[in-house]
Design a protein around this ligand. Structure first.
Ligand SMILES: C[S@@+](CC[C@H](N)C(=O)[O-])C[C@H]1O[C@@H](n2cnc3c(N)ncnc32)[C@H](O)[C@@H]1O
Length: 348
């Protein structure tokens, strides 16, 4: 399938020769995600005025089903994230795990949905690149400076800490160092916390991702974890996706957890989360506000609907919650997507 290498449009890339080949190939996936998002926004699928500061050129054309897939991914994840921020009235923190060059912090600032603090974590080299972009592009640095109380921003090549935004270089497979770094930068375990991983867990072994998810469940009493990544990977299409990435020395070490929606949910149910849901992206796509879906479907002609269907059936959003404070319905609803699901269903 032409869509099977979605994170990795089969761009010719030199094979890596350094010792840490596998990690280098994983780090490179952040460029794929950003280039695809950059292209889709240039076509008008959604608005992102900040992504151009991370990837200058619009780049090669991407297939329509890939653009629609990214649209569903961004809308689906944003819906859950925004629902959490509204439920907690932004009195919360967000931790974007494997954030890459993601621009969510800047979107939330513009939409008046800024959490108390927004953390991002990625490998130190990715973080260094992001910090360089932030430092040299005023539209990126301005919101960080504006929301900071003093003149002195803590900023070095591998971390940036302001009152509201913090980016940390760390390996997500090393929990004790991750925990230590986040606490050093004033992570507050008492605050309701939203953790996000978008196409990240699949790159680590199931035991590493379980440890991470378990750490999150142990650390926060009131939290939500949103995970977006592959699912239904045991069929032929899944196999092609794996092979396409393998050709670039990029191993989906966590593919075992991506066999079914149930295997996605199990990772959370086994590690202390109270409530877990998962939907494949074709289902999410069918639940998104249909007037906007009609708008984006007019942007580009897609002759083979099956391509989109096949692609979207191989990704999912899984979200888990725990609510020890028992804030309940008034403040923090544990099944945030349920309202969304039923409301979208009845409005169809
Ligand atoms: C496919 S990209 C996705 C980036 C971003 N979440 C997005 O959706 O635009 C995966 C990201 O996860 C990061 N990542 C993967 N494994 C990691 C690890 N063990 N520690 C830190 N970052 C990791 C990579 O460096 C890369 O930036």
């Amino acid at each position: 399938g032409r869509a099977a290498g979605r994170e990795s449009p089969m761009a010719a890339r030199q094979p890596f020769t350094d010792t840490d080949t596998a990690d280098e190939a994983v780090r490179a996936t952040c460029d794929d995600a950003t280039t695809c998002k950059r292209f889709a926004t240039s076509k008008g699928y959604w608005k992102d005025p900040y992504i151009q500061y991370f990837v200058r050129s619009v780049g090669d054309r991407k297939a329509p089903e890939i653009n629609r897939g990214y649209y569903a991914r961004v809308q689906g994840v944003n819906h859950l994230l925004d629902a959490f921020l509204r439920k907690t009235q932004c009195d919360c923190q967000v931790i974007n795990l494997g954030a890459g060059l993601d621009t969510t912090f800047w979107r939330l600032k513009d939409e008046n949905l800024m959490p108390r603090k927004f953390f991002e974590v990625d490998f130190p080299t990715v973080v260094a690149r992001k910090i360089h972009n932030i430092k040299t592009k005023p539209p990126l640095s301005k919101p960080i400076i504006e929301t900071h109380s003093t003149d002195s921003l803590l900023l070095d090549a591998h971390s940036l800490e302001s009152d509201r935004y913090c980016i940390i270089g760390a390996d997500l497979r090393d929990i004790s160092s991750l925990d230590e770094k986040l606490k050093k930068f004033q992570l507050n375990p008492e605050l309701p916390t939203l953790l996000l991983s978008e196409c990240v867990l699949v790159y680590m072994t199931p035991s590493h991702s379980s440890n991470l998810v378990h750490w999150a469940a142990e650390t926060f009493h009131t939290a939500m974890f949103i995970n977006y990544e592959q699912v239904n990977m045991s069929d032929r299409f899944g196999q092609v996706m794996i092979e396409n990435l393998q050709r670039r020395q990029c191993t989906l070490a966590g593919v075992e957890a991506c066999q079914t929606l149930d295997s996605q949910k199990d990772r959370f149910l086994k590690t202390g989360w109270e409530h877990v849901d998962a939907l494949d992206m074709m289902t999410v796509y069918s639940m998104l506000p249909q007037d906007d879906v009609a708008r984006i479907e007019r942007l580009e002609f897609l002759d083979e609907k099956e391509l989109l269907q096949q692609l979207l059936q191989h990704y999912n959003i899984c979200w888990a919650t725990k609510d020890k404070l028992n804030l309940g319905n008034a403040h923090f609803n544990v099944s945030l997507m349920n309202g969304y699901v039923s409301c979208e269903r009845t409005s169809k």
